[in-house]
Design a binder for this molecule. Structure first.
Ligand code: AMP
Ligand code: MG
Length: 491
């Protein structure tokens, strides 16, 4: 008898067969559980003994199928760099089932790198260990920064090599998501003109993600809410200098969670046109383009819903347009709110936009570090001078005049400078997974088989806002020779 470490339910597998392929993970040669997210496992009601028993650990490599699982690979399509691909799908991910967490919500338990599926095309269904570690570090970091993200439960090394540019050790990541439904999942059925399935997907999504769906125009309600949650998500990414790097529609969730951590990275020096991904030559997914691109993706979502928004084509278009046309101003507002919070502003004044833009201009012209600049700014409210700006800003007169303008504006907040400074420190993180740190950790983990720094850093990113004198090395921008300007999609 198999021991049950958690209870699984399989609501997605109950949908029609066109939604997925039933497929079991392919066992790996020599699985080793490298890391397990105990905190997350508690939230998910997983028996903590799971990692003390061989039959438990082997679930995370796919060598043992847990009781109650009905494993599937999900079908989806998507626009990749603007081009439609009608058939994508989980080419190397397998959904084992769904868990109910302590908060009462349903979460997908998925293995990534667990073998080929019907959707693998030319891929090997596997993942190198390096990108598994990158996903774990960055998804967990986003979570602790207060940004919606899929989570990472476990890292396994497989004892098998995978081939990318070269031979690399393989890994399996256990991913947790409030669902894996993507804009691309809707596009999959819409493109095939399979309206029955499209409707079934929309109904499933509404039931799973939204309470209080109105009887009238339920799919317009879905569209509106996805627009909102994506505006929130992208403005939050931008508030911490996060660049996703591969914002294809198959990598845009309906839940509003960040997904797919291939070429993503946080910027060091502020550069609105920053791109890390080696393949993003045109800068389609650059830092500053993320708002425009999500709008493009959401327009594709609206388009895929057209057949069910109404029985009448003209009416459907009208519904879609009504939702889409308010997006730019909604996004702008969300973005402005997030950014204003960073400089201590909660109230609304006409000059806020100008003050922010002038600050960005100081960052840009002096090549200042995005994260540190916001973090150190609050020091102006409690100390006479701060080293960071004094050392790094050339035009001090301009800086001082901006600071006076900003302070004058802050006085309208009706809070003491000490309180404002505290608020700002709880908004502006000190610890982010900087690209050179992530790369260094991947390098030592993979080539030296040494996971000490990874585990240490995972503790650091759990408290991104609390300064700790023992971990200051993670709170500085890279020296010139440490900068890692590119990320590779070779996942
Ligand atoms: P991504 O670029 O990670 O968003 O993936 C795009 C598509 O390629 C998805 O359908 C993935 O499942 C698939 N894919 C990526 N890597 C692999 C792989 N190693 N084996 C099979 N399919 C893959
Ligand atoms: Mg993807």
């Amino acid at each position: 008898m198999k021991k049950e470490f958690f209870k699984l339910s399989n609501s997605y597998a109950k949908l029609p067969k066109v939604f997925y392929e039933k497929i079991k993970p392919k066992p790996v040669k020599n699985p080793r559980l490298i890391h397990f997210n105990i905190n997350l496992s508690k939230e998910l009601n997983i028996d903590p003994n799971i990692i003390n028993e061989e039959n438990g650990k082997l679930i995370f490599s796919g060598n043992i199928i847990p009781k109650g699982a009905n494993p599937i690979a999900m079908a989806y399509a998507g626009h990749q760099f603007g081009n439609f691909v009608p058939q994508l799908g989980d080419g190397r991910a397998i959904l084992l089932g769904e868990l109910f967490a302590k908060n009462g919500e349903r979460y997908d338990l998925q293995l990534k790198g667990s073998g080929r599926t019907a959707f693998s095309r030319n891929g090997d269904g596997r993942s190198p260990l390096g990108p598994v570690i990158r996903e774990y570090l960055i998804s967990e970091s986003l979570h602790y920064l207060g940004i919606n993200s899929t989570r990472s439960l476990a890292i396994v090394s497989t004892g098998e090599d995978v081939f990318r540019e070269k031979r690399m050790p393989g890994g399996v990541l256990t991913r947790i998501a409030s669902s894996h439904i993507r804009i691309g999942t809707f596009e999959f059925f819409s493109y095939k003109n399979d309206i029955k399935s499209l409707k079934a997907l929309a109904d499933y999504t509404l039931k799973r993600h939204f309470k209080n769906t109105p009887k009238k125009n339920p799919y317009k309600f879905l569209l509106k809410n996805v627009l909102k949650s994506q505006a929130e998500l992208i403005s939050k990414w931008m508030s911490v200098g996060f660049i996703h790097g591969v914002m294809n529609t198959d990598n845009t969730t309906i839940s509003g969670e960040t997904i797919d951590f291939g070429p993503c990275a946080f910027m060091d020096q502020y550069n609105p046109h920053q791109v890390f991904s080696y393949i993003d030559e045109g800068g389609r997914y650059s830092y500053i383009n993320q708002g425009k691109i999500i709008f493009w993706n959401l327009a594709k979502f609206a388009e895929s819903l057209l057949p069910i928004l109404s029985d009448n084509t003209k009416e459907s278009k009208k519904h879609a347009m009504e939702c889409l046309e308010v997006f730019p101003s909604y996004f702008e507002k969300r973005w402005l709110n997030e950014m204003k919070k960073k400089i201590g502003l909660s109230k609304h004044e006409k000059e806020d936009h100008v003050i922010l833009n002038e600050f960005f201009e100081i960052l840009r012209t002096n090549n200042l570090d995005f994260t540190l600049s916001f973090r150190k700014l609050s020091k102006y409210l409690t100390e006479v001078n701060d080293d960071y700006f004094c050392k790094n800003v050339r035009d001090k007169k301009k800086l001082n005049s901006w600071v006076s303008k900003w302070k004058k504006r802050l006085s309208k907040e009706n809070l003491s400078f000490t309180n404002l400074s505290e608020k700002m420190e709880n908004t502006n993180p000190l610890y982010i997974p900087r690209n050179h740190i992530v790369e260094r950790i991947i390098e030592s983990s993979v080539s030296k088989n040494d996971f000490t720094e990874m585990k240490r850093f995972l503790k650091v990113i759990q408290k991104p806002f609390s300064e700790d004198s023992l971990t200051t090395e993670y709170a500085v921008s890279p020296k010139k020779d440490e900068i890692v300007p590119f990320t590779f999609c070779g996942t």
